[in-house]
Design a binder for this molecule. Structure first.
Ligand code: ARG
Length: 463
């Protein structure tokens, strides 16, 4: 019998029952639902709306149900539309009239919004902890491989040499911003809609601040219509997940490239690779590819909810029931990908020699040679031209800049002196980049310290 059977002469048919149900998805929120109901019942008693005895019976009954669900001993009835009705029905069957008083001054509209907010807060905290662990792995890798030089790229063409640690730390900072986005999604979720009832508030003297405090919310949503209609907090979480997946997909792309024979910069551990069913020699970076692929799904989750919310009139509409599945998918997908990436980074081998070999190719010293001339007074544009010409000479001869003789350099410009040769080795080119955030050894040391400090501060707050 439906909760609204009083007004109806017929029930929905079996198909529409199943079609309209959210139980398969929202039963994941049973703990939040039970906590919300307990807080509501305690408050009703404190306000004299229901008897203390009834509140105590409700609390005990809910605890029993929670344990049963925990233990997998609760049979969900497919005829229950959602977790709210499932719990309330069993509670009432169990404790009688007291259970039937629980829904006083409450609607499933404020109930579902409360549950979703509590659930979203939990997801944010879980993701933040995974984010911190992955960032720890990136910092550890950056420390372990300190000094390793690789070619830096623009347009996927050799550009300037950089420290591999610098490259790892770039991802560290991207993930630091992801942490910030998760933290703001957490804040967005952290206000209580409970007590808004269906849409307009209620005639009972509810103490919304009391339930908010009991549930650990930072405050109360000031408008009952907004409280039951708002799903921005889920969009914020979806967005945080989508951006973080996009970041992981970029790292995956590099891992895939770096582990190819052409690059050979890294070797993934066997634990994070698969073979081929036909080609015995193959070792594929499947998991990096899978994370890259899953980023599409998570972006889809964000777009799906945005479109569901678009043009939706106030207040509750059944469309809103579509809100949870995508967010849960996005958060669980990101959580798995963060865990997987952490292991992949920890266990991958960095092939320093292969990186250095490649960094010697492609005239990576060219900017430094131009800077050499500019520092001796030649306007940079002119210096650019001179070095461009030297590169052309090298290309024709099939050699690199450090194969040129001092005479070659002098022929290009009288400003070149003996010390030009020392400007050309990889070590000095890297070390010379001393500006804040630059790839020089000293600057990266400072950056590493900064990264660790940021990480520990984040971990202290929510890690
Ligand atoms: N199952 C619903 C959902 O997930 C709960 C709220 C239902 N409210 C209503 N007025 N039909 O959104």
């Amino acid at each position: 019998m439906a909760l609204w059977s009083g007004r109806f002469e017929q029930g929905v048919d079996a198909f529409t029952q199943r079609f309209g149900a959210s139980l398969p998805v929202d039963k994941a929120m049973y703990k939040q639902d039970i906590a919300g109901s307990r807080a509501h019942a305690n408050m009703l008693a404190a306000q004299g709306v229901i008897a203390e005895d009834d509140a105590a019976a409700i609390s005990a009954g809910l605890e029993k149900i929670e344990h049963a669900i925990d233990a997998g001993a609760f049979t969900f009835d497919i005829n229950d539309e959602d977790i709210h009705m499932a719990v309330e029905k069993v509670l009432t069957a169990d404790i009688g009239t007291a259970g039937a008083r629980l829904h006083t001054g409450r609607s499933r509209n404020d109930q579902v919004a409360t549950d979703a907010r509590l659930f979203a807060k939990g997801l944010c905290l879980e993701l933040m902890a995974h984010n911190v662990s992955l960032r720890r792995a990136l910092v550890a890798k950056a420390e372990d491989e300190f000094g390793c030089i690789m070619p830096g790229y623009t347009h996927l063409q050799h550009a300037q040499p950089v420290l591999f640690s610098h490259h790892m730390l770039a991802y560290f900072w991207m993930l630091t911003r992801d942490f910030g986005r998760l933290e703001s999604a957490l804040q967005a979720a952290d206000v209580s809609p409970l007590g808004s009832a269906a849409l307009a508030g209620t005639t009972y003297p509810l103490d919304r601040e009391m339930t908010a405090a009991e549930l650990g919310f930072a405050g109360v949503i000031p408008n009952s219509l907004d409280a039951v209609s708002d799903r921005d907090f889920l969009l914020d979480l979806d967005y945080a997940c989508a951006v973080s997946m996009m970041h992981l997909s970029r790292l995956c792309e590099e891992i895939i490239l770096w582990s190819s024979s052409e690059f050979g910069f890294i070797t993934l551990s066997d634990q994070y690779s698969t073979g081929s069913s036909i080609m015995p020699q193959k070792k594929n970076p499947d998991f990096a590819e899978l994370i890259r692929g899953k980023s599409g799904r998570v972006v889809g989750d964000l777009v799906a909810l945005l479109v569901t919310m678009k043009s939706l009139p106030l207040a509750y509409n059944k469309d809103l029931q579509e809100d949870k599945e995508g967010v849960i998918d996005a958060a669980h997908t990101l959580a798995d990908c963060l865990v997987c990436m952490e292991g992949m980074i920890e266990t991958m081998r960095v092939n320093e020699d292969a990186m250095r070999e490649q960094a010697k190719k492609g005239f990576l010293a060219a900017t430094d040679v131009a800077d050499y001339l500019a520092k001796k007074g030649m306007p940079f544009r002119e210096a650019h031209e001179v070095v461009g010409n030297l590169v052309l000479t090298c290309e024709k001869r099939g050699c690199d800049l450090d194969d040129l003789t001092l005479a070659d350099f002098k022929a290009a410009s009288g400003l070149f002196e003996e010390d030009i040769t020392s400007a050309l080795d990889l070590e000095s080119i890297v070390a010379a980049r001393t500006t804040i955030g630059g790839t020089g050894h000293e600057a990266v040391h400072v950056q590493l310290a900064q990264a660790k400090e940021t990480l520990e501060a984040d971990a202290q707050r929510h890690g």
